[in-house]
Design a protein around this ligand. Structure first.
Ligand SMILES: Cc1cc2nc3c(=O)[nH]c(=O)nc-3n(C[C@H](O)[C@H](O)[C@H](O)COP(=O)(O)OP(=O)(O)OC[C@H]3O[C@@H](n4cnc5c(N)ncnc54)[C@H](O)[C@@H]3O)c2cc1C
Length: 373
């Protein structure tokens, strides 16, 4: 660990903050994690835990490269977190079936198949009836489908708890109920700590901003951090055996069968500020989309309904790396709808960058400077 990486304050105790703090502690840093409320409770808790690097990419490019890199790190991260804590996170590879209803959506699937197969990904096209052979619960509305075998899933709630426990076991000091109000700087402008709203100061030579959807709302930041909350409402159905076995991505909803028997139905995308609630319109849209896709789900018991705030960025890519002007300030935010997927690569890259001054991931495309012009 270099001089600057010796003492670190991480702001935010979600999957990103906990995993960065954990990796930093393993590299020998002394880390304090400041969490406004309860760690592992915000978007990390609300998520669906789908890991779909290829299906989440519209085309090739830096996002896909980063997501594929992260996907390769998943099995190792799961093994390490289980070794460190004895906690399971229900990680398992599970292909995703992307389905189409309309002519336009069928064409879009053809386009996806063309670039994904050309790039060497393990994808396969199905007619509607072949898709129903694979997943008999799908309704007649499915006209075509694309199977992406690179996907996986994890129980994000177990993951959040396990990453927190792993960080603590590695020596990270976690302070819950500690909202950071301000980033503190030295006379010459370098970051030197954080002050919480109760007036306590925590000094550190490096600060990692991992405050999810709230990342832009801290005083003392040297620039606008363009992260906005994007609300996602979700629900879970209780089943003995979920009616589907693959992950299913439809035009207006997605379905995820969990190891614990629940089937998740997600999610809305709403720009409604920081109000994290369920609404009749939101829940109604999910239920309508579910019954259109899987008519046989009509009588399954609803186990839970919830909402979360994704940390959205203007180009839907994360903001990673150092601030160009404020020495000692690092960004690990803006992961939007893929923060669980991108956890291992973010943790490793940001921890290396803070501790050693460099990392082996090209973070240039994710620099906050891309929003400067
Ligand atoms: C409904 C829904 C479904 C999703 N599905 C998926 C999916 O299938 N796959 C996937 O990869 N991603 C998914 N996501 C996105 C993913 O959940 C997020 O990208 C990820 O959780 C972001 O992690 P984070 O640690 O940055 O943020 P969070 O988990 O939100 O954590 C940020 C933390 O910072 C704390 N904080 C905020 N301000 C301060 C402050 N001033 N001081 C101290 N602490 C502060 C908060 O209290 C919070 O605990 C989904 C999100 C939602 C909402």
């Amino acid at each position: 660990v270099n001089e600057r990486g010796r003492d670190v304050v991480v702001i935010g105790g979600g999957t990103i903050g906990c995993s960065v703090a954990w990796e930093l502690a393993l590299l020998g840093a002394s880390v304090t994690l400041l969490e406004r409320a309860n760690p592992a409770h915000a978007a990390t808790w609300a998520s669906a835990g789908l890991l779909m690097p290829v299906t989440e990419s519209r085309t090739g490019g830096p996002f896909l490269d980063l997501a594929v890199m992260s996907m390769k790190l998943w099995p190792d991260m799961v093994a390490r977190v289980q070794d460190a804590t004895g906690m399971a996170v229900d990680y398992r590879p599970n292909p995703v079936l992307v389905v189409a209803y309309t002519d336009q959506q069928v064409t879009e699937l053809d386009v996806r198949y063309a670039w994904q197969s050309k790039a060497g990904y393990d994808v396969e096209q199905f007619t509607g009836s072949a898709a129903r052979t694979l997943e008999p619960a799908l309704g007649e509305v499915v006209r075509a489908a694309l199977l992406d075998r690179s996907a996986a899933q994890v129980n994000n709630r177990l993951l959040g708890k396990a990453l927190l426990a792993a960080a603590q076991a590695a020596g990270v000091r976690v302070v819950a109920g500690a909202p950071v109000a301000e980033i503190l700087t030295e006379k010459h402008g370098a970051a030197c700590g954080a002050r919480t709203s109760d007036g306590l100061s925590y000094s550190a030579a490096s600060i990692v901003l991992a405050a999810g959807a709230w990342s832009g709302a801290i005083a003392g930041l040297p620039r606008t951090v363009p992260v906005e909350p994007v609300r996602g409402q979700m629900l879970a159905l209780a089943t003995a055996t979920p009616p589907i076995s693959h992950l299913i991505m439809a035009p207006d909803c997605y379905l995820a069968p969990r190891v614990d028997g629940q089937m998740l139905v997600g999610a809305t995308h709403e720009h409604t500020g920081f109000e994290c609630v369920n609404t009749p319109a939101g829940v109604n849209s999910l239920l309508a989309a579910l019954l259109y896709l899987v008519p046989g789900a009509a009588d399954l018991p609803i186990a839970e309904i919830w909402a979360g705030l994704r940390p959205g960025s203007p180009d839907q890519m994360p903001i990673l790396g150092r601030d160009p002007d404020m020495m000692g300030l690092f960004y690990a935010t803006g992961h939007y709808r893929n923060g669980i997927l991108l956890t291992p690569v973010t943790a490793r890259a940001i921890a290396d960058l803070v501790a050693h001054g460099a990392c082996d991931v090209d973070l240039e495309p994710f620099s906050i400077e891309r929003f400067s012009s």
